[in-house]
Design a protein around this ligand. Structure first.
Ligand SMILES: NC(=O)N[C@H]1NC(=O)NC1=O
Length: 174
C-alpha cells in the first residue's frame, strides 16, 4: 500500500482502518490523524509511540486495561476483537487443555491483583510456554517497571497490526 493512499483517507476511514492498532483505543488513531501527511509506515508508528509516551501513568495503565486477558472470558464467549482472536489463536490460547486453561486463569488473576492491570504480551511473538514463563517472571517486577514493560508489548502488537493492514488490500477493509 502506498502511503499516499493512507494520507488521502478521510478521518472516518482512517479511524475505521487503524482504529484498533492499539486494542480498543480508537482515540489514539483519531489523535494522530492530525499529523498527516505521514512520510511512511514508520512515521505513523512513531506518532503512536509519541502519543503513548506522552500519557501519564494512569493513561498508560488505561491502555493496558483495554486488553483482554489471554485465554480469558472474552475468548471463551467469542467476544474478542478480530485482531485479538487471530493473535491469541496463533499463540495457542484457543487450544489449551483444562489444566493449561486453569493455570492461565490463576496466573492472570494473580498478576491483575498484584498490578491492577492485565498481563499484556505480544501473542504473535510468543508461544504458550513463553507466555506462561513470562507471566510468572514479570510478576516479580515492580509496578513502574512492569507498566513500561507491558507498554513495550503494546507497541509490538501495534507494529504487527499496522504491518498487517498495510500489506493487505486496503480497499477490502473499508
Ligand atoms: N492480554 C494480552 O496480552 N492480550 C493480547 N496480546 C495480543 O497479542 N493480543 C491480545 O489481545
Amino acid at each position: 500500500m502506498d502511503i499516499n493512499v493512507v494520507n488521502a483517507l478521510t478521518y472516518e476511514d482512517f479511524v475505521k482502518l487503524f482504529g484498533n492498532v492499539i486494542e480498543k483505543c480508537p482515540l489514539i488513531s483519531a489523535a494522530i490523524w492530525s499529523h498527516r501527511p505521514f512520510k511512511d509506515l514508520a512515521d505513523i508508528e512513531a506518532h503512536i509511540t509519541e502519543f503513548i509516551h506522552s500519557l501519564p501513568d494512569s493513561g498508560k495503565e488505561g491502555i493496558l486495561r483495554c486488553h483482554p486477558d489471554l485465554a480469558g472470558r472474552d475468548l471463551q464467549s467469542g467476544t474478542l476483537t478480530r485482531e485479538s482472536q487471530e493473535e491469541q489463536s496463533q499463540a495457542g490460547m484457543t487450544t489449551l487443555d483444562t489444566a493449561e486453561g486453569l493455570q492461565m486463569y490463576r496466573l492472570n488473576s494473580e498478576y491483575k491483583e498484584h498490578f491492577g492491570f492485565p498481563f499484556v504480551i505480544c501473542a504473535r511473538l510468543n508461544n504458550k510456554a513463553d507466555i506462561v514463563r513470562q507471566l510468572s517472571e514479570r510478576l516479580k517486577n515492580d509496578r513502574a517497571a512492569e507498566r513500561e514493560r507491558a507498554i513495550e508489548e503494546v507497541k509490538k502488537i501495534c507494529s504487527l497490526r499496522l504491518r498487517n493492514i498495510v500489506l493487505s488490500d486496503i480497499q477490502t477493509k473499508l
